[in-house]
Design a protein around this ligand. Sequence first.
Ligand code: ASP
Length: 609
Amino acid sequence: MFRTHTCGELRASHQSQSVTLAGWVQTVRKFGSITFVDLRDRYGITQLLFNESLNTELEKTPLGREFVLQVAGEVAERSNKNLQLPTGDIEILVQSFTILNASATPPFTIQDDTDGGDDLRMKYRYLDLRRTAVRKNLELRYAVNRAARNYLHQQEFLDIETPFLIKSTPEGARDFVVPSRMNPGQFYALPQSPQTFKQLLMVSGYDRYYQIVKCFRDEDLRADRQPEFTQIDCEMAFVEQEDILQMFEGLIKSIFKEVKGIEYTESVQRMTWEEAMWTYGNDKPDIRFGMQLLNLKKPESVYRDRTDARALIDGADFKVFDEAESVIALAVPGAAEYTRKQTDELTDWVKRPQIGMKGLVFIKCLADGTFKSSVDKFYSEERLKSIASACGAQPGDLILIVAGPEERTRKAASELRLEMGERLGLRKKDEFKLLWVLDFPLFEYDEDGNRWVARHHPFTAPKPLQIATMIENEPSITDASKYLDHPYAQIKANAYDMVLNGNEIGGGSIRIYQRELQEKMFAALGMDKEEQQHKFGFLLGAFEYGAPPHGGIAFGFDRLCSILGGSESIRDFIAFPKNNAGRDVMLDAPATIDDKQFDELQIRLDLKS
Ligand code: ASP
């Protein structure tokens, strides 16, 4: 037998037992004529003691870090116990040992706070994976996977595999393509998601489907994206939005419970997309903290007491506000004490190119009920008081106001809110707040192409009451600046996103299941009949054979794991991730292929640049 126990298993109760262990050498410490070795495997670390007689042998064949070692010996109680280690009460008095394999000196230390940089660890990922921190992440990933499967299995979902070599499924990214040898000059696309297949499975009568599945999207990789990533992909037939929300709230709650031991008993808060945009400045609000935004320029932005917020700043002759398209305020709790230095630093922060504001207005709501602000010249104490009350500010709070063009100001206010939340320690890693965002617009207008694009994807149904608006109106836009007046701009999607601590962890929709409506959707997106037939003839055809009403959702599995694991990066939760340039630096992929392979594919390489 290679080993009788693992390196994490032995306790004082095993004292005097003869055992055999196998693992990697973590450290070697020599003390005179005896040597201590820490032996590591997936389960833990056990201390080995080599006595004098074995030391001579060790001198002949010295042990180095990461050597693979097998030892036989006796479990003994340690005089000098290590309370940090579960095995810290014992050590093994080694009687014999075998070096199963030697190791080159590893390029970085295999421990929690390693000295290896990112690139080096990616190159030697198989060594990085030996580190406890990385191993724990993969263990958590497996726990999430198991919890999801358990729940979905209990709910009668079937795990059905769908193919990878397919034709494009549009999710808004570029496809990865694979040349076909047997069909020279033709290419498969790798799925951006199994979207059309899961819908076909509904047509086939498999009314509860799921898959924990790889998706492939060739997009520019912002800091934390991967070209291949994993979704918990689900679809149900004979459902309305409410059924889906209930079912998948249940899924996430049961993952919380099984993986983190957290009973998430309250029902998940819901918010319309519009409300999210108005009060948080983005469509995935972090609701672990308040600090809601108040747009002082918009009649729509009725707030708390439901008065028109515009009256609060109008008519003061303050050009910055008067001329701005958007003026957005937020109240930062307890920050009225900020010094000049601190407010200057915040002003610099909003002026950074990524944020792009020209400046920042402050109103300090002092503890004695008075106000001090950078706009005292323009606004009386009375008006400052009204602004403060509209913002929900308390004595002791600091109101921050940004002003400028609509879109940029909204984004800046949203970023500022998150930054202040971070600085005040309100975005706690161990607090989890779920949110459903509902009623997204069905279409978005793409100015460059002067056309409508699907905000979610082209298979998403409009809200039932708005189907008629879609059928009755043509998508054409004559004056691009007036697209908001087009009836399509008002159509809401029967779609939903699940947000966790400010991250979109899942999204889905109720689907179109009638051919006529699907054709209208494709047409609205600029596809003529021929293109529709060429790209999605199979789906349109399937809709003619008794397609049931259906809908679904997909969760970003890697992201979910990283949030549950308290990490910013999804890479840490993927065994073999790619870097920001989409490269696997360990394999050195992508790479060129042999001439023979080109010949077989009947492809000649002629790069344009
Ligand atoms: N296929 C969609 C996505 O990948 C999810 C869904 O609509 O179910 O985002």
